[in-house]
Structures are given as structure tokens and as C-alpha cells.
Design a protein around this ligand. Sequence first.
Ligand SMILES: Cc1cc2nc3c(=O)[nH]c(=O)nc-3n(C[C@H](O)[C@H](O)[C@H](O)COP(=O)(O)OP(=O)(O)OC[C@H]3O[C@@H](n4cnc5c(N)ncnc54)[C@H](O)[C@@H]3O)c2cc1C
Length: 339
Amino acid sequence: MGGEKLDFLILGQGFAGTALALELLKRGKKILVIENPEFPGASHRAVGLVNPVTGRRMAKTWNYEDVIPLCHTFYKEAFSQIFGKSGSFLQERKIFKALHSVEEMNFLAAKSASDGFEDIIDIHLPEAPGLPSVFQNTVGWLEIKNGGRIDPKEYLCEAKNHLKKNHSFLEKPFLPSELTKIENGWHWNEMDFKNVVSCLGLGCPWIGSSLWAVKGQVYQFSGLPDWGNQVLKTEKFIIPLTNGSGLMGSTYEREFENELPDQTGFEEITRDLSPWAMQQFQVLDSWAGIRPTTKDRLPVIQKLDESLFALNGMGTKGVSLAPFGVKKLLRILELESGH
Ligand SMILES: Cc1cc2nc3c(=O)[nH]c(=O)nc-3n(C[C@H](O)[C@H](O)[C@H](O)COP(=O)(O)OP(=O)(O)OC[C@H]3O[C@@H](n4cnc5c(N)ncnc54)[C@H](O)[C@@H]3O)c2cc1C
């Protein structure tokens, strides 16, 4: 790297830091991403779902019209940027939400016919295509389209290898005391940078304390009947993987004692999913992570200083919000046109 001043120091290689790094590399910027391998953030614990409508009333995700198409494009372009061929890190998957009452069904049936929802949700009564009969003890199903899943481990690992190949990655913990302001930029670890972007999640020294920490637990299990790659949802979800294994989760805990999965979380998840043939499963693995969340559930895309920025607060939706947050940040940096 010599003694030249690099364009960007990116702190953290979660979904936010990774998406920013790939976009900046694509624009020919000289960057360095640093990551503390001892402190895997929320992205390394996520299950990777993109769910375009959420909540009890199935509201469109914030800024749906921009966020969801951009998310599909981003993971496609990231794939070809990394592997030099077409494909996508985002595997398209239908999501089926169980409907528990006639009232809920009527409400969502009306919604599915309303403006802007025709191509996103659909009602199936009483059976959903492809789900085996063992799952049919509900009033009906809501099909959610335009969703999908990335494999977070695969995406983050391949992106890291790509950054390494481009001499743009360093495994090293960031200590705020080691960052010093210089003329037109920053000095860190014997290198100079024009800009610093903090994508440190809850570890951010500038805005971390204003974030809400929300724990989530996930269980990987075997014994799942084959119903293709469709995701099943109640309050919780089941994501089929391969060979009859799947993931179920996750909890949303504002109060917790540690970062480990526990019996209470396991019971909460299995209680919600147990009506559906989940009696005969075997837990293969479990983990938990802490989401960097904001009170208003909106991401933080902020200029902290003339050359210091924060991209954070992705909450439960880092997979889809990271590409959108990056686009917004690139506009602040005047590296992208638009609003
Ligand atoms: C169980 C669970 C399931 C989830 N499922 C989904 C899902 O299906 N879909 C979805 O969209 N979102 C999901 N999420 C939420 C998602 O994980 C977050 O929105 C996202 O990870 C936030 O990304 P980030 O890059 O902002 O933060 P982080 O992923 O936390 O990244 C911060 C990075 O900074 C690094 N770091 C921190 N401090 C330092 C330091 N001092 N020095 C160097 N590096 C440092 C960390 O190692 C980390 O890699 C889930 C979260 C959990 C916990």
C-alpha cells in the first residue's frame, strides 16, 4: 500500500461494511476494511432472509419500492463482481405465512387485492402449493413474493476473500484511541485515509451507545419433511436447508443476560412452530447474536464529521437494508447521483 493516502478506511465487515466495500471497489476506490475476528457481529449470526412484508398487518418493508429491487440487484452484482460470472448470493424463495383465523384471512385477502400489493402477496385456501399435508392445520396461507435468502457465512467469507485478493482487508481490532485526525483525513496503524466509515454495529464508539441491542436465537435441526425451498412463517420461521435439515428462529429479546442460546429461547421458538410436525426433530446446532437496532427501526446513515461517517442500525433487516444504506451513503459522499 506504500505511503499513499487511501480513499476509505471501513471499520467492520458485517453486511454494512461488506456492501460498502464492494461498491467502493467497483468505483475504483482504494480502501481498507478492518475486522476483529474475535468479535463476530450480528451478520455472522443472521439467517439471511429478505422478507418484503412484515408485522401482524403485513406492511411493506420501509421504502419497499427502492429497498427490495436494489437488494436483488446488489446480490446479483456482488456475485459477478466476486466470481466473474452470473448468479446471485440471493436465492429467491417464496415465504408462506400461516393464517390462524378467518378475520386475519379476510383482512389479508382484501389487502392482497389492493393497490400495490397484487404482485407481493397472495392468499391460498386452505392449502399452500408444495407444503405437505402435515402442515395444513391452518385456515389458509399467505404467499409472500419477492423474498429470498442469502447464506450469510458464504457471502461474508467470499467477500472477505475478494477483499484480501484486492489487498483491502486486515484482521485487526479497532481501538478508537489509535485513530487520529490529520489534515484532510485520518491516520491509523501507520496509514493515512481520506475518509473513515464506521460499520461497527454495536461496537461503534460514536453511536453504539444510542443503539438498542436486541438478541436473537437460531436453531439448526434435522428431521424436516421435504417441501422444497419455501420458507414457512408464523411469528417465527422455518427455513429448509439441505438433506432434511433446516433453521428455525428467531427470538427478539430486548433484555438478556448473555449472548448464548438458552432454554427459554428454544421453548419460545418451538412453542410457536410445534403445531406443524416439529415433534420429531433433532437439534444439530444453535447460536445467538445481538442486532444493532434503532428506536424508530430505521438505519443510521450519518455524517459524523467532514470525513467520518456511520452506517449502522440495520436491526432485523441488515440483508436488505445494507445495499440501500450504502446507496444513500454514496450519495452523501457524492459518489452516486440521485436523492
Ligand atoms: C439470530 C439473528 C438472525 C437474524 N436474521 C436476519 C435475517 O434473516 N435477515 C436480515 O436481514 N437480518 C437478520 N438479522 C439482523 C442482521 O444480522 C443485522 O441487521 C446485521 O447483521 C447488521 O449488520 P452490520 O454490518 O450493521 O453489523 P454487524 O454485523 O454487527 O457488523 C459489525 C462488524 O464490526 C466488527 N467489529 C465490531 N467492533 C469491532 C472492533 N472494535 N474492531 C474491529 N471490528 C469490529 C464486528 O466483527 C462485525 O463484523 C439477524 C440477526 C440475528 C442476531
